[in-house]
Design a protein around this ligand. Sequence first.
Ligand code: UD1
Length: 444
Amino acid sequence: MDKMVIEGGFPLVGEVSISGSKNASLPIIVSSIMFDNFDSEIDNVPDLEDIKTIKKLLISLGAEIKKTDDANKLIINTSGIDNYDAPYDLVKTMRASVLVLGPLLAKYKRARVSLPGGCAIGARPIDFHLNALRLLGATVKVDHGYVEVFADKLKGAVINFPIPSVTGTENVIMAATLAEGTTVIKNAAREPEIDDMILALNNGGANIKRIEPSVISINGVKKLNRLYHRVIPDRIEAGTFMVASAITKGDIILKNLNVNHLGSIIEKLSEAGAKIIINSSSSIRIKGSKVIKSVDISTAPYPDFPTDMQAQMMALMTISCGLCVITENVFENRFMHVAELIRLGANIKIRNNFAIVKGAIKLSGAEVMATDLRASASLVLAGLASSDGLTAISRIYHLDRGYEKMEKKLANLGAIISRVKENDISALPGEESNFNDIACSKSA
Ligand code: UD1
């Protein structure tokens, strides 16, 4: 197992290109199952572990993934699909594997998928997905840790989600795309990744409309032609690099992003004192300020502040001037990073679903452990801000699930970061830190 070792305390400066969105790629890749023209082509797919997992899953169903010279282009041939089971081994490593339920049911009228079980950030059930598929006419059986769905045919229905679910909305859209009649999803999730999937499906012949911000209507069609799509940029990767600039008091230009998807992140970072210049709809410059202000953060479904950025913002708040409250409203157990940030010197207390962060401290390097994907990003960010000693982050495979070439991108911005084998305790070459103390000015 690899560890990430960081010598922090240096402002990050330069340009970084944002990769394609992981969470948009996953449903779009599995939607290839539904297309009649078996050759699908998807561009701007990030080269990371969750994508490898979904590729393995498609291959296990009988699809072929063709080799291309471009690591970010996928050519998938789904003509050989003859298996409708998503096994435990794959689903347990990535719960988004449940996304095959919708397209397999739509195209082959059956699917069997291992129940994802709990994960580090909470119980995360799939009851909304299953109840909605029942309403579309599917029989749902849960047995031996697997959920099995089958139907003679699917018929449009009105689905009302109790709370918006991202993959739930995607699963139902895919199932309804080839159903008879019209399906209306109320209280649908509004994340841009869903609209990217809708665009990919509509370009292939589907008839899906977001008729109100939280209402989606799907007029079933007989068949889909060809999947040919370029995935949107990853707004969470973009947000993470924006925090990297703010937390190191750096100056980073981010390219190949979609500014329109970053509203709540831009707002909170600006409130925290970062200077954000929007160069164009796909480029942002963010300059960290010497004094980071405390800002309260409350996560909620899009367009509000994303739960997937909560841990990274918390890392930033650990060196802010003052006190703030970070409230996690989406997942019940998404504070696993707190104990590790405390090891780096942070002052955080958890009360139910909120964390009270007292800033204005200096972080110092330590050995820490990544517990989930975004928690690992927060530890990398805190490590970059730790001006005293090295930070070594173990279980870094969590980071590899969702960030493409993260250490390479950070190193290009001037970070001193390297990946070492778990047992390799040799330190990085020491260099004087030029990071100014994180003292708060009285004017803050
Ligand atoms: C997706 C994202 C994940 C992000 C999350 C919230 C992907 C692959 N993953 O996860 O990165 O953190 O949205 O923005 O896109 N819920 C139920 N029953 C269900 C479904 C959901 O109770 O059947 C609850 C969940 O436990 C959670 C809330 O609904 O409290 C929202 O979860 P959901 O939007 O479904 O998250 P995912 O789609 O799993």
